[in-house]
Design a protein around this ligand. Structure first.
Ligand code: PHE
Length: 368
């Protein structure tokens, strides 16, 4: 087959050589421009450069040998030029892969501006929650979590909610359906506060305990500007020997100053929680008016922010069943619980709780 393509050369003058090599090079270029697959490229290589039956091999063995001595130099130069040209065609064909048209379609205009990717940012609730936690972490508190689906026992009974306490009413608590055959204490509900994790922690760990517990809680409340049926709390528990109400006041006063600025004042108002005695509501001096009185603080100069108190001995009595060291005669402790949404709304001056959950990037982007 190769013999048909390579004619015998009879004249070896410049013109004859030029024409003969030009014909071959044109054939090579035509063949190379039609190469569409790696297989075709390989066939092209074998056809032209193959060691035994390649056309160039044929050219060198027949034309060079037949040439008279005075024409050998010119013929050799033209041969080398043709070989380089064929190799270049092969390189281009095998290196490029896709056709020129495909490359053009893929080409990038490097003068266009780049496309910006949105970087994620912490949700303001997560951000506030982490900030609260880190204030206590700096005081040596560890961080714990507990289940959102809780038993009546942990959410209420061991937290000293007496039977018939209004918080147990399904008006306030979202309960899991079809639990009627279970004993009351085993019935499942969505925890209404993070306080059950106080007990879960004490059951696992003898005193001393210093822990903060962030998490999601649920209440069957109607939504309004400041209430949502799902919200977040950070619980705190400190148990050791000789823990006093002064420790509670000092700790929370420090935490409020760390969160809202050192000029903030705190005051403790008598309150009631079944699991603390005595109990208090903590108020901070209004961060909007500095305590002078404004609409935000209802002209009182104070804003109520969290609940706290000394751990009730009845709570220690439940903990003692699993950890004897929780003997109220030997140890004491305090607990507190704060709403993360409420603190975030204060810090950032947000007046609608629903903004946190609406997923509106115009709102969320402001906290990035
Ligand atoms: N669990 C209480 C609530 O949700 C807050 C609280 C926690 C109060 C710990 C005192 C001690 O309102």
């Amino acid at each position: 087959m190769t013999n048909e393509v390579i004619p015998n050369l009879t004249a070896f003058d410049e013109a004859a050589l030029g024409q003969a090599f030009a014909t071959l090079e044109r054939q090579a270029r035509d063949a190379a421009s039609a190469l569409g697959s790696p297989e075709a490229v390989e066939a092209f290589r074998l056809h032209w450069l193959g060691r035994k039956q390649g056309l160039l091999n044929e050219v060198s063995s027949r034309w060079l040998k037949a040439a008279p001595p005075e024409a050998k130099k010119a013929l050799g130069q033209r041969f080398n030029a043709l070989k380089s040209a064929v190799e270049a065609l092969l390189d281009a064909a095998s290196g490029a892969g896709p056709s020129d048209a495909a490359l053009a379609a893929e080409a990038i205009d490097i003068t266009l501006p780049g496309s910006r990717r949105l970087t994620g940012a912490e949700h303001p609730i997560t951000k506030t929650l982490n900030e609260i936690v880190s204030v206590f972490a700096a005081l040596g508190y560890s961080v714990g979590v507990g289940p959102e689906v809780e038993t009546d026992f942990y959410n209420f009974e061991c937290m000293n909610f007496p039977p018939g306490h209004p918080a147990r009413d399904t008006q306030d608590t979202l309960v899991v359906a079809n639990q009627d055959r279970r004993p009351q204490r085993d019935r499942l509900l969505l925890r209404t506060h993070t306080s059950p994790v106080q007990m879960r922690t004490m059951e696992q760990q003898a005193p001393p305990v210093r822990i903060v517990i962030p998490g999601k809680v649920h209440r069957n409340d109607a939504t309004d500007a400041t209430h949502s049926p799902i919200f977040h709390q950070v619980e705190g528990l400190c148990v050791d020997t000789n823990i006093t109400f002064s420790d509670l006041k000092g700790t929370l006063d420090h935490a409020m100053k760390a969160l809202f600025g050192s000029s903030v004042k705190t005051r403790f108002f008598p309150s009631f929680f079944p699991f603390t005695e005595p109990s208090a509501d903590v108020q901070i001096s209004c961060i909007f008016c500095g305590g002078k009185g404004c609409r935000k603080c209802k002209h009182s100069g104070w804003i109520e922010l969290l609940g706290c108190g000394m751990v009730d001995p009845a709570v220690f009595a439940f903990a003692k069943e699993k950890q004897p060291a929780y003997d109220p005669k030997k140890i004491s402790g305090f607990a507190f619980g704060m709403g993360v949404e409420r603190i975030a709304m204060m810090k950032y001056g947000i007046s609608e709780i629903g903004q946190f959950y609406a997923g509106d990037m115009r709102f969320l982007g402001q906290f990035a």
